[in-house]
Design a protein around this ligand. Structure first.
Ligand SMILES: [Zn+2]
Ligand SMILES: [Zn+2]
Length: 141
């Protein structure tokens, strides 16, 4: 079993949990996020989410509205940090259900292409928040 060696910085995902390719680190708005250029997936750890939202209350709110979902058809993915299978979590109550992957140990969250924007749109965050700018940089147009 291999995993990233421990340094004084945050843990870096071993590989994309979807397509198994190496992920790149994007440094934007003073935050490092891990991004897969092949499938467009994004890995965020809990601390990064907080910094991106610029407000710990918003981060808590966003995380607090996640409900673990056991009746799903999506394939379970491995956490890119601890390599254990992640849980499926439902965001909010609106339909169609928006499912994201969440590490049961709390390492972070995995968003497929478009899911993060979708969540932020539903959460009706401030348009000036760091995360909105960040996403506009990553996904122009
Ligand atoms: Zn990928
Ligand atoms: Zn994990």
């Amino acid at each position: 079993m291999f995993r990233s060696f421990i340094t004084d910085r945050r843990r870096i995902p071993v590989e994309c949990p979807v397509c198994k390719n190496a992920m790149i680190v994007l440094e934007l708005a003073e935050v490092e996020i891990d991004y897969c250029t092949d499938c467009g997936g994004i890995w965020l750890d809990a601390g990064e989410l907080e910094v991106l939202l610029g407000d710990s209350r918003q981060a808590e709110q966003l995380l607090g509205c996640l409900k673990i979902h056991s009746n799903y058809t999506e394939k379970r993915r491995k956490c890119p940090i601890c390599l254990k299978k992640m849980q499926k979590a439902v965001v909010g109550t609106s339909t169609p259900l928006l499912l994201i992957d969440k590490c049961g140990r709390g390492d972070g969250l995995w968003f497929d292409r478009g899911e993060l924007q979708d969540i932020l749109n539903r959460a009706e965050l401030d348009k000036d928040s760091k995360i909105q700018k960040l996403l506009a940089d990553i996904f122009p147009g």
